[in-house]
Design a protein around this ligand. Structure first.
Ligand code: HEC
Ligand code: HEC
Ligand code: HEC
Length: 430
């Protein structure tokens, strides 16, 4: 009896302790007005602008057609729709009343000024690594470099139990490793700078790593093993990379700056705004990111590279003797590809051989299907490489995809082309 009572009491103590721990955040008093612009030096504001770009704050905190940073973008998650907030310096509807202390707490611990837990759709598990100096610079830029906008973003209303924000205390306990970043002394300065940016403000893993069932990023061998974003497949950035030619540091620099590399092709979809912001960054920083990421890649062996290039060239569309597959399913695709795509995608055409691209090697056809329908609007560094949106009937697209996979790779056919096309056509995917 006494033993049982002991267990009950112990249980209660642990419960109350956990609850007290979860509820440990107080409100931080609001400022009457956002700090005046002359509080911050020009150098700090410029640095803050770059770091804000590195964090892609504007990408998530701007709804289509809305003013920059004023929030209201709907982010569909498996737990329901989460709306981004207004982070302009408007006191009533934005973060104008937030002190640097409150802002730092949000970036490091995912807690808002009032002491409420924020959903991890806000990638604070990455931003936590950011140094005090960089957080202060971002704060300065948001307060003094961004125009205040009076706009109340829609309230996020997730279904029970996800509406209980206190439960995020448990999530944070599992997944939040509080920063700032600590350098690995066995590695050089560039590697550490790259790790700081990729793992921190760059939050690359939030798309490029698979998620577990409660939305935490998988680590270990699954780190950078590929994921999903906004209805797009996100390719792996580790030794499981699907790029036919492994990524070297130089190729990564080209891709991260310009969204294009001559051995890998072009960026598309949700990666485009990321590249758009990397384009403005300091060269040293992007080199450091590439150097860090390169340590996750397969080694580049010249003989294999030559093999891939030879294969890809041999399989390109030759207008003088277009491929004539005997399999009727492939023949229809060849005809449609010839009609809709081969004006540009052909031997010595402008786009690089499709057989060299990651996109054609992905486990599903959603990205290729999306690109075929929506075209490509490249970021500034490769502006001349745009592909127009095309009008294609579903059955023609299906035939084209079937043909492309057989023509440009040695992989198995894509397993569910109808499903992939339906997913791309569904309005909810956007
Ligand atoms: C991947 C999308 C995404 C990115 C990128 C992002 N945020 Fe957010 N942010 C969110 C979401 C979603 C919320 C709301 C979370 C909630 O309601 O719990 C949020 C909330 C916030 C809040 C709390 C505001 C409030 O009123 O409660 C701040 C501050 C913030 N973000 C700052 C930033 C900064 C600074 C950056 C760039 C370094 C950034 N965010 C980048 C998605 C994002
Ligand atoms: C919002 C989600 C998202 C974020 C954040 C993101 N990526 Fe991507 N990334 C993608 C998608 C989607 C693609 C595939 C684009 C395509 O189909 O062409 C991609 C492609 C890439 C590729 C090309 C890989 C290949 O084999 O073709 C590289 C390299 C890359 N991303 C690096 C990064 C780095 C570095 C960061 C962080 C600075 C980052 N990404 C952040 C979504 C994201
Ligand atoms: C008007 C010219 C044009 C037409 C027509 C066209 N494309 Fe493209 N496509 C491009 C350009 C330019 C790129 C950018 C890639 C580059 O320059 O390397 C591109 C890129 C792509 C990519 C991404 C490759 C990568 O680098 O990951 C795919 C997939 C693709 N096109 C498929 C198609 C398909 C399928 C069709 C026909 C249904 C088609 N394209 C029609 C010009 C075109």
């Amino acid at each position: 009896m006494r033993f049982l009572l002991g267990i009950v009491v112990l249980g209660l103590v642990v419960l109350v302790g956990a609850l007290a721990w979860a509820m440990r955040y107080d409100a931080i008093p609001a400022l009457a007005a956002a700090p005046a612009a002359n509080t911050f030096s020009r150098a700090v504001l410029e640095h803050g602008k770059l770091m804000t770009g590195m964090g892609d704050c504007e990408v998530c905190h701007t709804r289509p057609g809305g003013e920059p940073f004023s929030g209201g973008l709907a982010l569909p998650t498996p737990f329901g729709t989460i709306y981004t907030t207004n982070i302009t310096p408007d006191v009533a509807t934005g973060i104008g009343g937030w002190s640097l202390e409150a802002f730092t707490r949000a970036m490091r611990e995912g807690v808002d000024r009032e002491g409420q837990y924020l959903y991890p759709a806000f990638p604070y598990i990455h931003y936590t690594l950011t140094t005090d100096e960089d957080i202060a610079a971002i704060y300065a830029y948001l307060m003094a470099g961004v125009r205040p906008v009076n706009y109340q973003a829609p309230e996020t209303k997730l279904p029970f139990p996800f509406n209980i924000r206190l439960s995020l205390a448990g999530w944070n306990f599992l997944f939040l490793k509080k920063g700032p970043f600590e350098p690995d002394t066995t590695k050089d300065e560039d590697w550490n700078r790259g790790a700081y940016l990729v793992e921190g403000l760059g939050h690359c893993g939030s798309c490029h790593s698979p998620l577990n069932i409660i939305g935490g990023e998988k680590g270990g061998a699954s780190k950078f093993a590929g994921g999903q974003a906004e209805g797009w497949y996100v390719p792996p950035l580790n030794t499981a990379s699907l790029a036919p030619i492994p990524w070297s540091a130089n190729a990564l620099v080209n891709y991260l700056f310009d969204g294009w590399d001559k051995q890998h092709g072009i960026t598309a979809g949700p990666m485009t705004p990321i590249i758009r912001h990397l384009y403005d960054q300091k060269e040293d920083d992007v080199y450091a990111m590439a150097e860090y990421l390169a340590t996750f890649q397969r080694p580049v062996e010249q003989a294999k590279v030559d093999e891939v290039i030879a294969f890809a060239r041999a399989r390109e569309w030759n207008p003088d003797s277009p491929p004539k597959p005997t399999d009727p399913a492939l023949a229809k695709g060849a005809t449609e590809f010839g009609r809709l795509c081969a004006n540009c995608h052909k031997i010595n055409g402008q786009p690089l051989p499709l057989g060299m691209t990651t996109t054609i090697n992905m486990p599903d056809a959603r990205n290729v299907a999306r690109i075929s329908i929506e075209g490509i609007r490249p970021p500034p560094g490769s502006r001349d490489r745009s592909m127009p949106p095309l009008t294609i009937r579903d059955e023609d697209l299906e035939a084209i995809l079937l043909f492309m996979r057989a023509q440009f790779t040695t992989r198995e056919p894509w397993p569910d082309l109808k499903g992939d096309i339906a997913a791309v056509r569904a309005p909810a995917a956007h």
